[in-house]
Ligand binder design. Structure first.
Ligand code: FMN
Length: 274
């Protein structure tokens, strides 16, 4: 059996759901193995400049939010160029907003394998939808956290049962992944929210919190009502603003949000693969 010396919780998490899932899983694994757990948060642009090199002796739980049924495409260059598995054990994790994780987990599993991780397990977990306060509200909740911890215990058992890497872990999803999920309006037309950006109300005090939490560094620090760059609709600015000063009013965006809330109100199940 390979001796694991370090467990890493590696995540991109604009509104904190993925972070909670990944840290819970990684800490459980580390506790069981009696080793340290190191958190590596790559949410902000200034955390994504250096290459991360892992190796044998490391176990990396890597989590990303599901965006349109896939991993965030804006993050692909960073993941492909700056994360090196070096034979480390890998646990791909995706968090989704109560609709579906579609092919995101298989895509992340493939990315980790390409980066020379040996994937041993993978999971898809629910956390509150970026767009909404009701969709997946409160998740991951106490039940989820218990399931995540039990999954961590199962992963350690698999390692201790003399697990030898033979092939990538089998997870749900189409391989190769299907195209990005595209929402439609009631007439069947595609809703394209790629260019939509948040707006700012008069309650904005200019404190700059929204600029400091934007994972793409797209909000002007001096004047936060100016969006200089690309927006991935992660809603970190909306959810972190203490005044409630950021919002989206694009018709397609609002329609899609309301449609999701109506269609996916029922509690979605999480999925663990060993
Ligand atoms: C542009 C965009 C697209 C999304 N697409 C999906 C999706 O296809 N399925 C789903 O269930 N959740 C989807 N979500 C919701 C996020 O995956 C979910 O809220 C995630 O847990 C957020 O992670 P975070 O709290 O770490 O930021 C989407 C979110 C955004 C911003």
């Amino acid at each position: 059996m390979k001796r694991i010396k370090n467990v890493y919780a590696l995540y991109f998490s604009p509104t904190g759901g993925t972070k909670k899932v990944v840290e819970t899983l990684a800490k459980t694994i580390a506790n069981q193995l009696e080793v340290d757990c190191v958190a590596v948060d790559v949410t902000l642009p200034n955390a994504r400049w250096k290459t991360l090199v892992f190796g044998t002796g490391d176990l990396v739980v890597f989590g990303l939010p599901v965006i349109a049924g896939r991993v965030p495409n804006l993050l692909l260059p960073y993941v492909e160029e700056c994360i090196v598995g070096g034979g480390a054990m890998g646990v791909p994790v995706v968090s989704f907003g109560n609709r579906n994780f579609d092919d995101a987990l298989v895509e992340l599993r493939n990315l980790m394998e390409q980066a020379k991780f040996q994937t041993i397990a993978g999971g898809a977990f629910v956390s509150e939808h970026s767009f909404s306060r009701s969709l997946g509200a409160g998740r991951p909740d106490a039940n989820d956290l218990e399931e995540i911890k039990a999954f961590g215990v199962d992963i350690v058992e698999k390692i201790q049962n003399k697990w030898q890497y033979e092939a990538p872990v089998c997870v749900a999803g189409n391989n190769p992944p299907n195209p990005y999920y595209t929402p439609r309006d009631r007439h069947g037309n595609h809703i394209d929210i790629r260019k939509v950006k948040p707006k700012t109300t008069d309650v904005c005090t200019g404190c700059g919190i929204c600029a400091s939490v934007c994972p793409l560094g797209s909000i002007d620090k001096e004047n936060p009502s100016i969006i200089n760059g690309v927006c991935m609709k992660c809603c970190a600015c909306v959810k972190h603003c203490p005044e409630g000063g950021k919002y989206f009013d694009d018709t397609g965006f609002v329609y899609h949000k309301e449609e999701l809330e109506a269609l996916y109100a029922e509690r979605a199940k999480i999925a663990c693969f060993l």
